[in-house]
Design a protein around this ligand. Structure first.
Ligand SMILES: C[S@@+](CC[C@H](N)C(=O)[O-])C[C@H]1O[C@@H](n2cnc3c(N)ncnc32)[C@H](O)[C@@H]1O
Length: 206
């Protein structure tokens, strides 16, 4: 990936270029976000006892969300990401979990119903609706019990808005429509909100 992919590439090439580029410093941002992740997982664990669940985290980045959500379980926890450089950072920061370089839209190496929870944190808002639908379908296929999407819900801080603009993400539509999009895939849905971080975990029950 090169800078030309940022300006002239597809949405996916641009995202991959950005995340490969920022991987060496993303751990610092991730480290700062980890406390918020832990906080929302405390609430999530009260709703869905997380212990004893195997977890697949799609777009794991430097591994913070996977570390937070898998804290309650001794079972297998696997993170995937299309950025090899992000995965390399995750392997250093959270070596107890497993990692695989893989595109979220092609999770075919994972069998149907092979993980209790399939989750993604701050990944889906970066994609357009049709790509989100492909990823959600794949996540649902792999999940035995829950699909959990941790992402934007309420007000977005100004600095984050600038970053989302540079990424040319779809976070505005995500916040408006994601609940409805999730309901197209799942008969039963739920939400755990974290008012301090203005984020939520959108839950689809398989
Ligand atoms: C904003 S970061 C979030 C990282 C981590 N989940 C967290 O919450 O800290 C988004 C991550 O999703 C990954 N990603 C974006 N699109 C992807 C795709 N199509 N397939 C796999 N990974 C993807 C990026 O490489 C990046 O690591």
């Amino acid at each position: 990936m090169s800078i030309k992919h940022y300006f002239f590439g597809t949405d996916k090439q641009r995202a991959k270029f950005i995340f490969d580029f920022i991987a060496p410093v993303y751990g610092i941002i991730g480290g700062a976000a980890k406390k918020g992740y832990d906080r929302i997982c405390i609430k999530l664990n009260r709703k869905v006892a997380l212990k004893d669940y195997t977890i697949l985290d799609v777009g794991t980045g430097t591994g913070e969300w996977l570390a937070s959500i898998s804290h309650y379980s001794d079972k297998k926890a696997v993170g995937t990401d299309f950025s090899k450089k992000m995965i390399e950072q995750a392997q250093i920061k959270y070596p107890n979990n497993e990692y695989i370089v893989n595109d979220a839209e092609a999770l075919n190496k994972f069998d149907d119903n092979s993980f209790d929870i399939v989750t993604a944190s701050f990944v889906l808002h970066g994609m357009r609706e049709n790509d989100r639908a492909v990823v959600l379908k794949e996540m649902k296929r792999i999940a035995r019990k829950y699909v959990m999407i941790h992402d934007f819900e309420d007000d977005t801080p100004f600095v984050v808005k600038i970053l989302e603009f540079l990424e040319r993400s779809d976070y505005i539509n995500f916040k408006k429509y994601f609940k409805e999009e999730l309901e197209k895939h799942f008969d039963n849905t739920d939400i755990v909100k974290c008012s301090r971080t203005a984020n939520a975990v959108y839950i689809g029950l398989v």
